[in-house]
Design a protein around this ligand. Sequence first.
Ligand code: 13P
Ligand code: SF4
Length: 370
Amino acid sequence: MPISGVYGPEDFGNPIHRRVTGQARARVTDAERARALPMPSLEWTPEVERATAHLYEKVKNVIPEIEWPFMAPYIKAINELKRERNAVILAHNYQTPEIFYGVADIGGDSLQLAREATKVKESTIVQCGVHFMAETSKILNPDKTVLIPDSRAGCSLASSITGADVRLLRERFPGVPVVAYVNTSADVKAEVDICCTSSNAVHVVESLNSDTVIMLPDQYLAKYVASKTRVKIIAWKGACEVHERFTGDELRAYRSADPSVQIIAHPECPPDVIAEADFTGSTAHMIDWVRNNRPKRVVMVTECSMADNVQAELPDLEIVRTCNLCPHMKRITLPKILDSLIYMREEVTVDPAIIDKARRSVERMINLKN
Ligand code: 13P
Ligand code: SF4
């Protein structure tokens, strides 16, 4: 059914939304310098070539040989420093192939990364993704050090709503349970009943046994969920700046050029895009769909580094490149990951009182039975 309403800051007398995306990137502080390890050599040598040959095998379809000598010294250094720092690297599916296959210990969608973050044994987590993902890891691991290689890696969804906005929504709709997409700040997670990701959003909404649910901040994910459930959905006006750029016309053009093409889309896309898709799901579900269905040609309507990662795994698949990049995800690079491990920066901190409240909503989602 159509969603029951879409609210934004202007509905509460705040025409301009104030929250900035991500945080300012600070210079290396004296404390970080004091615990720094020496900078490793970044020369391309036969030893580096040997040590990284097995990793190049995984990405050789998507990274030209000529580029590897610039990446491999960083990859070797990061993998060695990871052990020295007792660190684990979690990487989202939108990270570039040299990160996803070269240095990540665990890769996945937001739900998989949140679940894996609860099992980490190492004392430090380096989150290769955006700031809300690093905050989620910190919420689930308050005693560990969580680093993000560039804290400016924000998200247009997370920056569209604040904890204060959630309190105003609750005043407007007393008693209506609130579901927050994980693409939100810790402050917002602390104000809601439960979190969801694009993998489990319908299940989470239905688990609340309520005829009406507030779902924030992604109006398009809310519309997608509303089309799959009888629960009435009240939404927020947020949108993903990457997925909202896709259009139904663009997809119809791909389809008319090749009627056999398969189109798979992320639920952050607008409804006219989803209407054209043969399958809609989270990044992990999209990857599984391609693995299981092995289409000849596919349009992956999502961030384009994920297409590179899938192409690395399935070289025979023909992927129609849509090439919408997430500028926030792309802030994470090999040199910044190396800096992160050398200087132990940038540390993600969350107020302990917020952590306690936010953890309840994240854990309630993680513990939900299928
Ligand atoms: P997934 O949970 O599907 O990986 O999505 C996260 C995200 O930010 C998509 O834009
Ligand atoms: Fe946020 Fe969109 Fe980037 Fe995902 S792709 S992190 S939702 S801005």
